[in-house]
Write a protein that binds this ligand. Structure first.
Ligand code: HEM
Length: 447
């Protein structure tokens, strides 16, 4: 396989940065020549401007990282010629607002409820900053502002800050499972699952499907080594979640901890149910590096979901070796980069009127076959595998008005939880192209 030139790839596609703070900045191009020059400064080591962080290994961890996503209207605003624009995939060209209904962004999650900057058709650039401290984040933002101020305006921004223990707002430890990508340095926990080909995450290489590569947008120097991301602002209703879990515990006699674990597929501390169905602290303990090394078939077979329910969040989002329609259990992997926003939830001071949730980037070479597939087929439909009925993902599904159910399989009959509502509401999204470093140079040269 052709080696990936790591210095040409935006870093966050291939590895997480694990930094405590992040900022997403939405910009609109007002003057294309100046905006092109601004992009040029991001890749040409202008000492005054923070550079885009690549996937090249670090000698020392930097204070901050900078990355760039471009919407389809952004490419047009930068002057990308028509023929080249037409070579981008249709779902990206249409964008997150137009594709909202298909991924379950309806009702309270519909674009008419989104943050104004994320429905602005002139949202062109998404700058993604991660930093080791709030000061480093502000300093990098300031230098970038100076660099773009003559050519772009800021439409909006959203800050995130990691919660203690790498937790997401419902209290679960997050960021454990990532695909292992063939031919690039291991960036997550090791596992024995099939490796994802690099072409599942970068344009220009053979994909996860037999004898198939995704069309590379033209010209190749614009497309190769690029990828796509769905940026999502996902608000979490922690009160409703906690209330649901408490009600179901008293209705079923199961403990709150167990119900939470069954909904997710992992205990709050990240221990996978399939490896430890009865306790989050098994003896002997599961070594940290083994927390993602499991399957639902094979040695620890859990065909009926007696350990990890078939409908749990992680089993829907990555059924691994489980039998699914189209035999595609391993073919719709996604790289997740996420950080929490809003203050930590404190049940003693609740409701506190504060918005909290997750700022997420869901990355893959095809928005249609990865992010959208997960949302439409696996999160919001139950026909891809046996045992789900017409149910939705319990954490992120688009179940309305407390009408959802969730089945906890047990030998001799399932326990069914009733009254599941939407705990996660979309507050905005953007479909972004993640250009390679050479592509950013190519865009800068258009100006
Ligand atoms: C606020 C929203 C969300 C929350 C609270 C949440 C929470 C979690 C948690 C706690 C885990 C287990 C930790 C881990 O395996 O790393 C997880 C895994 C995962 N989530 Fe989510 N998630 C959210 C949104 C999404 C969305 C929108 C998608 C897909 C588009 C998604 C896809 C996945 C995938 C693929 C995994 C890994 C499954 C595996 O490989 O076993 N999640 N999520």
């Amino acid at each position: 396989m052709e080696a990936v030139e790591l210095a040409d790839v935006q870093g966050f596609i291939l590895r997480g940065y694990t930094m405590p703070v992040a900022r997403y900045l939405g910009l609109s191009v007002r003057e294309p020549t100046g905006a092109g020059a601004f992009l040029g400064t991001l890749v040409d080591s202008d000492p005054a401007v923070p550079s885009i962080t690549t996937a090249q290994p670090w000698a020392a961890k930097p204070d901050y990282c900078v990355n760039l996503g471009i919407t389809f209207t952004g490419l047009a605003a930068l002057g990308v010629p028509r023929a080249s624009l037409a070579s981008f995939p249709v779902e990206y060209r249409e964008g997150a607002v137009q594709r909202a209904t298909s991924v379950g962004d309806v009702g309270t999650s519909a674009p008419d409820q989104w943050l104004p900057w994320l429905v602005d058709p002139t949202l062109h650039l998404l700058l993604i900053l991660s930093a080791q401290s709030a000061d480093a984040l502000d300093a990098a933002t300031k230098r970038l502002e100076q660099a773009w101020s003559a050519s772009c305006v800021e439409l909006g921004r959203h800050d995130g800050a990691a919660l203690p223990g790498d937790a997401a707002h419902f209290g679960y430890r997050d960021g454990l499972s990532q695909p292992t990508i063939d031919g690039v340095p291991l960036a997550g926990l090791p596992d024995h699952l099939p490796r994802a080909p690099v072409g599942e995450f970068l344009l220009g290489y053979p994909s996860q499907f037999d004898r198939f590569s995704y069309q590379v947008p033209e010209p190749p120097e614009l497309g190769v080594n690029g990828s796509f991301a769905a940026f999502r602002v996902l608000e979490q209703d922690v009160d409703a979640f906690a209330e649901f879990v408490a009600q179901q515990a008293s209705a079923t006699g199961l403990s709150e901890d167990l119900i939470e674990a069954k909904l997710c597929g992992r205990w709050r501390n990240g221990t996978p149910l399939v490896l430890s169905p009865d306790t989050d602290t098994p003896e002997p303990p599961i070594p940290p590096e083994a927390l993602n090394d499991f399957d639902y078939t094979g040695e620890a077979a859990d065909e009926w979901g007696y350990r990890c329910p078939i409908g749990s969040h992680i089993r829907r989002m990555n059924p691994r070796g489980q039998r699914v329609a189209g035999d595609g259990g391993h073919l719709h992997r996604i790289v997740r980069r996420g950080i929490a926003y809003g203050p930590a939830y404190d049940p003693a001071h609740s409701p506190d009127g504060q918005a909290r949730g997750l700022l997420g980037l869901f990355i893959g070479v095809s928005l249609r076959d990865q992010f959208e597939f997960l949302m439409t087929q696996w999160a919001n439909d139950g026909i891809f595998t046996a045992g789900l009925g017409r149910t939705n993902d319990p954490l992120i599904g688009a179940q309305g008005n407390g009408a959802g159910t969730f089945s906890i399989p047990k030998s001799g009959g399932s326990v069914v939880l009733h009254g599941l509502t939407r705990f996660v509401t979309t507050r905005g999204g953007a479909y972004c192209f993640l250009p390679s470093i050479s592509a950013i140079r190519c865009l800068a040269a258009l100006a």
